[in-house]
Design a protein around this ligand. Structure first.
Ligand code: ATP
Length: 201
């Protein structure tokens, strides 16, 4: 099996998320069987910035994943019983332990990858999985020297620069607050869930 972990807050999941997961799943280089969309109970770098409950984010992520049979919503990053943030290094280690025969990838957008020095245990993160880093407008992948990767670490990072999606959950939440249904940027099922549950108002 070849699996990509795709972590995020998914507040809400949007067409940018689906575009990068599709690009990774379609790429011949990775031969992915599955992309695991894993909403984070507590995202360590956004501790005060996640308006919706985990239950709502998981429900919306499950709806978004129904758009492609290779996508699956995962509870592996559900809120922890000890209340601590969900660290990707722990998640990848758990996946590696429970699925030892699996080739593991970690899928991220360019903005997330460029913030790697702020993540817990970058060296361990790069040892635990191959990384698929997808382009995002406004974030250049031309110069990764600030990350000071060793040649062996750099060899585990695969850039996918074909995605140009001008969308963020922050922008969506702002537009949704004004009553705009954002049908152009959300799967219809997710837009329906947001409306039915009166989220982001
Ligand atoms: P927010 O605006 O609330 O910070 P977001 O839109 O960045 O949210 P997240 O759920 O935090 O969404 O992102 C999960 C992952 O998806 C991250 O790795 C992020 O880099 C990536 N991602 C999100 N939107 C895009 C996009 N438009 N293009 C490329 N990558 C993206």
């Amino acid at each position: 099996m070849r699996i990509a972990l795709f972590g995020g807050t998914f507040d809400p999941p949007h067409l940018g998320h689906l575009a990068i997961a599709t690009a990774a799943a379609d790429a011949d280089a990775f031969q992915l069987d599955s992309v695991l969309f894993a909403p984070a109970g507590r995202q360590p770098l956004k501790l005060n910035d996640t308006p919706s409950s985990f239950a709502d984010r998981l429900a919306m992520t499950t709806l978004a994943c129904a758009e492609d049979e290779r996508f699956h919503a995962s509870t592996i990053d559900a809120p922890r019983h000890d209340g601590l943030p969900n660290y990707t290094a722990d998640t990848l280690a758990e996946l590696a332990q429970t699925m030892p025969a699996t080739v593991l990838y970690n899928l991220v957008g360019a903005d997330s990858f460029l913030s790697l020095p702020h993540w817990r245990d970058p060296a361990r993160l790069l040892a635990l999985a191959e990384w698929i880093v997808v382009s995002r407008p406004g974030f250049s992948l031309d110069d990764l020297s600030a990350l000071a990767l060793t040649p062996a670490q750099r060899a585990r990072v695969h850039l996918l620069e074909t995605v140009h999606e001008e969308v963020s959950a922050t922008l969506l939440r702002e537009r949704l607050r004004t009553g705009d249904p954002c049908a152009d940027l959300l799967p219809a099922t997710v837009a329906g869930y947001i409306k039915a549950h009166r989220l982001y108002l």
